[in-house]
Write a protein that binds this ligand. Sequence first.
Ligand code: PEP
Ligand code: MG
Length: 580
Amino acid sequence: MQILKGIPVAAGIAIARPFLLEREGLYCPLRRSLSDAEVERDVTAFKEAIAKTAAGIRRTKEKLERRVGKGHGAILDAHLMILKDPLFVGETIAQSRREHVNVGWAFYQTMQKFAQLVASVGDAYLRERTNDVEDVGWQVLKNLTGSDKRTLDNLKEPVVVIADDLTPSETSDIPRDRVVGFATLTGSRTSHTAIIAQALEIPALVGVAALRDVAVGEGLVILDGTGGVLILDPDEATLEEYRRRQRMSVQRRKDLRKLAVLKTETSDGHVVSLFANLELPIEVPAALKGGAEGIGLFRTEFLFLNRDTIPDEDEQYQWYRKVVEQMAPRPVVIRTLDVGGDKFLKSAGEAREMNPFLGLRGIRLSLAHRDLFRAQLRAILRASVYGKVEVMFPLISSVEEFRQARGAFEDAMVELRSERAKFDETIPVGAMIETPSAAIVADLLAKEAKFFSIGSNDLIQYAIAVDRGNQGASYLYQPLHPAILRLMRMVIDMAHAAGIEVTVCGEIAADPLAGALLLGLGVDALSVSPVSLIEAKRLIRSTSYVEARTVAQEALTLPTAQTVREVVLSRLGSRVAAAS
Ligand code: PEP
Ligand code: MG
């Protein structure tokens, strides 16, 4: 039995045989245990891959010499030499036979060793040749995996997929009935793959670094997408324990799901709205299943990331329309592009900034790239015909900025009218409150915006001056910091005085302690990721509004985040504790 740690990204437990997915252009082959006969089959395939690579290089050399003359193909002779090197080929085969592992993995190890050896020679010319080694190596790997392509299409039994990485499209094409879980070597909590796994409710782990070296055999594996472990060849007792946990978690989900259809109101009848945050259209069914009353935050930048080109107006229109139609008649709050900070477009040629979180991020970037902004606003407007759309701008820091953004939106409306295109003339335009400056002038902004949405993830980082992604400083990132509670109270009170509503759409909304406080501060709606909907509903329904108000008033007088936490826990006790 071996226990490998990973980053849990989609809850649940899967128990099945592993399926190692290898594909062309893979990041690094995974190690597999093979029988003698399988090793020999692999060795033959490897020799064929070497021959195929050599033939390809020879063809390229001839083509090059025909075009630019003899002699210029000499660089490719070096590539051919590498393929004949005894270490490169012989050592790979020997290791594979010695350790009973797949040749692809052994070859990748050889490639690494070879490149290190060449790079360690003090000669600049030879050091340069490291690239040649890698180039040739990848060609061999491509030919090798190409000849032994294992796909998910003809699976006979349920499996846990193990891969170096999965692209978003691979993840969304996964046959849900046969893939019960997946674990990848690379990836992060916020990767597309993680979001899609959650949406499809497939227990998943990413960043299982040990998969680089550990041999995965044919025996059962346990994948714990809650606890963050992948267990290879579990013993009987472990298997029994995880089977028990699996039964419990299935039952708990069933019980909670009954809540999805119930009203979002506190135990004493105070009604709030509960919306879902969405990154990709594929999450809509999960949002609906969780009982979302609408989409409170559609992070449109996810349609722009992980690709080489920017989606044009029509492509965006199709995406927005799909979400709006599926959610109708429920509202969908579409947030305009929020890149910069920690999310970058491959295609925009943005200049590297010293402080990207304080630079051309969010609405600032849209206002600096008017064509990009215009296309998005037109796409949103056109999609508004199919349901109920609202639009909001990220990272607003002043009234002027909000006016400029709304002005661009009105220009797009004028254009569409002149083209006789249909759209909803009454779309509400709101401001995200994510900067301390916006919070401080919330009374002025409230005269111009139709609603507020507090982006607490950013409001916390900007108010406390702590990078939201910095591990070293994460102890300072305190959602219950008295400054944050006071800012929230200010924004909510000012909005209500002006007659507009406030949603909170940052992670804080899904935190049981903070969620209870937000209710007490008088927030009108919470917007959380689809997986958190049911828990948020449970929390709201088990909290008394009168009690939450009293606790919130008390919390506003306390000096530290720690005392706030203690007081909320002692006053609201078991209800929030059970959920936290
Ligand atoms: C926020 O800042 O709280 C928010 C919801 O926006 P994002 O997390 O996308 O920056
Ligand atoms: Mg934000």
